[in-house]
Design a protein around this ligand. Structure first.
Ligand SMILES: Cc1ncc(COP(=O)(O)O)c(C=O)c1O
Length: 468
């Protein structure tokens, strides 16, 4: 119902209509965000006002046609509104906006932007630290809110079951298990394949070895044989050197772990022939294979090679929904049914048994449906970022090839450390991470627009200039 505030004249009518436009929102913040979502360009406060007015017009029977504003009257026909009446309405909307921001504590400057995904964020720093920082879009939140759930530890959450079947199908595997994180998924993979005293072969910069606290050693009693790769890519000769004779002095080499795309390798897509060769060798020599495919979706989009084709070379595959796909939480481990049945036990002892997990699985399903193909935009934005970095004196790309959504670059030592530049950028509202003493990593994702990349490049150029 339209709020009844009585009276007549344009001021009261504007107020009434604006209130009606906000009527369905639960609070002012949501009303503003909804209104912003209606428009094309919400980068400025002025545009926000315009879009609030747009929302208001939609609700009050006022239409824009041929660049003019028309009032649709209850009787047939329409009359054109005088410019001053339109202006007055806009002013009233602006006043209302100010009043509302005062009531709600939302600052005008905090009202943000509509991203490529259609989600609205408050005006926060440009966050290039990782593709894990994305917020669920309104559509994803809606899917989560509507999810049919059960108790997944009893195995009867229908949304989790649907997700697991979807992932298994996409990867061409018999089964999949929904788990809270990529770290847990990798850990369970290792536990499935290895016993204490076994060893795994991996690339020295891979996530499993570099960033997961040596969980394979802490919690599985497994040793690692890390090998230095080229942007995360190993050669056949390297892995061949890691087979040891069956002798009490040696650990048993049991597992080959690969990562695709490779995070610290700058989002590198593993060459398909390399995967074929390494995994073929592993199988011939009785080794199991595990793929950390936290960003396998990026590899699929960048290479045009289907997920199942990549996955066919591995016994188990971890995929994540909370990286480029933009879900808030969750990964899955896929593999043969027998192994995944066993994986349920490992997940439980690691504390990963979740109850009404369908709420999270719904976000993952939504992400698989809507956020895979669009990764191409993130890749394009990463290329644009890299192109800009090439032009900045004092910076150097770690690799001339940018395969996906991760850009790693070096700061020239005469300009200071990566940490210095990261700090300066943070002060200017651009967030990146120092991935080494002189290296910085920037990641594009669902909440980064092309305009954000351009803005970040401007700031980067000016901060690097200020370093010397
Ligand atoms: C390649 C790779 N594997 C695994 C993980 C771990 O995922 P999570 O943070 O969900 O534990 C990450 C996290 O960024 C990653 O980049």
């Amino acid at each position: 119902m339209t709020p009844a505030i009585g009276g007549s004249g344009y001021v009261v009518k504007s107020l009434e209509a604006a209130l009606w436009a906000f009527h369905e929102a639960k609070d002012f913040r949501e009303a503003v965000l909804r209104a912003v979502n209606l428009g094309d360009d919400a980068d400025t406060t002025g545009a926000v006002c315009g879009q609030l007015a747009g929302a208001y017009w939609g609700e009050s029977g006022i239409a824009r046609r041929g660049g003019r504003v028309w009032q649709r009257s209850p009787a047939p026909g329409a009359r054109r509104l005088a410019w001053w009446k339109v202006t007055r309405r806009l002013v009233n909307i602006g006043r209302l906006l100010l009043l509302g921001t005062h009531w709600s504590g939302v600052r005008m400057a905090d009202i943000g932007k509509t991203t490529a995904s259609g989600s609205v964020t408050l005006n926060q720093p440009l966050d290039f630290r990782s593709d894990t920082v994305t917020r669920p879009t309104p559509a994803m939140r809606a899917a989560m809110a509507e999810a049919v759930v059960g108790d997944d530890v009893f195995g009867d959450d229908p949304t989790v079951i649907t997700l697991q079947e979807r992932v298994a199908h996409l990867l061409g595997m018999e089964a999949a298990l929904f788990v809270p994180s990529g770290t847990m998924s990798n850990l369970i993979g290792v536990r499935l394949h290895c016993r204490p005293g076994d060893a795994l072969i991996c690339e020295a910069d891979c996530h499993l070895f570099y960033y997961e606290q040596g969980g394979y050693a802490q919690l599985c009693g497994v040793a690692a044989r890390p090998l230095p790769g080229q942007h995360g890519v190993l050669t056949l000769e390297q892995v061949q050197s890691q087979l040891f004779p069956d002798n009490v002095h040696f650990t048993r080499t049991r597992l080959l772990c690969l990562e695709n795309t490779h995070n610290r390798g700058g989002g590198r897509v593993q060459p398909y022939e390399t995967i074929e060769a390494l995994c073929g060798w592993a199988r011939q020599n009785g080794l199991r294979t595990h793929l950390d495919g936290a960003r396998l979706w990026n590899a699929v989009v960048a290479s045009g090679i289907a997920a199942a084709q990549w996955a066919q070379h591995f016994d188990t595959v971890n995929v994540c929904f909370s990286k480029g796909l933009g879900a808030p939480v969750g990964s899955a481990l896929a593999g043969p049914a027998e192994l995944i049945h066993e994986a349920v036990r490992h997940r439980k002892v690691l504390g990963g048994g979740m109850r009404q997990a369908g709420i999270l699985a719904a976000a993952a399903l939504h992400a698989l449906e809507h956020h895979v193909d669009r990764l191409v935009e993130d890749h394009r934005n990463a290329q644009r970022l890299a192109d800009g970095i090439r032009q900045i004196d004092g910076l150097r790309l770690n690799s001339e090839t940018i395969d996906t959504n991760i850009v790693v670059f070096h700061v020239h030592s005469q300009r200071g450390s990566a940490a210095d530049l990261v700090r300066r950028l943070r002060e200017q509202g651009v967030l990146v991470v120092a991935s080494g003493p002189s290296t910085i990593r920037a990641v594009t994702h669902l909440d980064i627009t092309t305009a954000d990349v351009d803005r970040a490049l401007e700031i980067l150029a000016s901060e690097v200039a200020g370093l010397s």
